[in-house]
Design a protein around this ligand. Structure first.
Ligand code: NAD
Length: 340
């Protein structure tokens, strides 16, 4: 099958070229993001392979379908950037990688949390400048603290286990499908508002859906414990960034670590170090000493890249053979994904 891959970086190409099943397909690697202007590049490709910031809105899908595309291969878990109703209308099947390495993202979330709590990101900068003073770096023990986990699917469940069993935190969770295994180790499920009011740290692991959009917003922050730390490795749209900035200014929000950002599509995965930053919101965020931003890096481990390539190519091979896509398939009714 001919596959047009968008937003391709050299590491994508390396992992796909080395993956089992690669020789069964002809992959065209395109660097640009998928967008209305670049969609015609896929003309004649039965499948289009897209990543988190590619535009899979109805106008783009119409161009793809008219060019002969029948399958959308998402090389990621989230599918909030796909107009699923339009895909269904146009007869386009959508497949994703439901789980490649939930450990990669969970471990990164814990890393961000520790950096924020202990000021490791600041210490790194300071010591390189010959400043070995501790003033301003006072942290707190994670042990015994209350951490809220929104979404206890594959990633959130690992985070909850590390926090409860590893650090000895009190873990409060929210999910439409509570996990009995987590309840057995003492994780307590409750309403997100009740969690916000009690948590010292909140970590976000639910998908971005109309229900979860801006789950962290001015009202949430107004009832939060003063000094709450928020970690987001899920999707940028879960946080109302402007409200977070106001809460950081007032001190209501004690720190923010984000691997994802609402307007990341124009920034992330690119080296913009020689350019003027025109996004005033991220520019303001980057001025806070208690804000840590990474560029959608949580998934980025050797294990995860290998699994993404293998599962994506497996999805392509199954589709080409006329087989069902199984739990990799995303349908219009799957706006709240079920556990795989
Ligand atoms: P998952 O589908 O296994 O888990 C998501 C959980 O959220 C499910 O248990 C679901 O029931 C729950 N949920 C759905 N709606 C909810 C709501 N309204 N309130 C509370 N819980 C709700 O997904 P996962 O593999 O754990 O991934 C979680 C998210 O992480 C993905 O949606 C994706 O956006 C993000 N992600 C980010 C990266 C990264 O590199 N930063 C990598 C992979 C995934």
């Amino acid at each position: 099958m001919r596959i047009a891959m968008f937003s391709t970086k050299p590491y994508d190409r390396r992992s796909f070229e080395g993956a089992p099943g690669a020789s069964a397909h002809e992959i065209l690697y395109f660097e640009p993001r998928l967008a209305p202007l670049t969609a015609p590049l896929a003309n004649g490709a039965e499948a289009v392979c897209a990543f988190v910031n590619d535009d899979l809105s109805a106008p783009v899908l119409e161009v793809l379908a008219a060019g002969g595309t029948r399958l959308l291969l998402l090389r990621c878990a989230g599918f909030n950037n796909v107009d699923l109703a339009a895909a269904q209308r146009l007869g386009l099947k959508v497949a994703r990688v439901p789980a490649y390495s939930p450990h990669a993202v969970a471990e990164f979330a814990i890393g961000l949390m520790l950096s924020l709590v202990r000021g490791i990101h600041r210490a790194y900068q300071r010591t390189r400048d010959g400043n070995f003073a501790l003033e301003g770096l006072l942290g707190f023990d994670l042990n015994g603290k209350t951490v809220g986990v929104l979404g206890t699917g594959k990633i959130g469940a690992i985070v909850a286990r590390i926090l409860a069993a590893g650090f000895g935190c009190r873990v409060l969770a929210s999910d439409v499908h509570p996990d009995p295994g987590l309840q057995a180790i003492g994780v307590t499920y409750m309403d997100p508002r009740a969690i916000a009011a009690q948590a010292d740290i909140l970590t976000l692991h639910c998908p971005l859906t109309p229900e979860t959009h801006h789950v962290v917003r001015a009202e949430t922050l107004a009832i939060a414990k003063p000094g709450l730390l928020v970690v987001n490795t899920s999707r940028g749209g879960l946080i109302d960034t402007e409200a977070a900035i106001e809460a950081l200014k007032s001190g209501r929000l004690g720190g923010l670590a984000i691997d994802v950002y609402e307007q990341e599509a124009d920034l992330f995965f690119e080296d913009l170090s020689n350019e003027i930053l025109t996004d005033d919101v991220i520019a303001r965020l980057l001025t806070f000493p208690n804000v840590l931003v990474t560029g959608h890096q949580a998934f980025f481990t050797a294990e995860a890249l290998g699994a993404i390539a293998e599962v994506t190519l497996g999805n392509a091979t199954r589709f080409a053979a006329g087989e069902a896509l199984g739990h990799a398939e995303v349908t219009a009714s799957a706006m709240v994904p079920h556990k795989a």
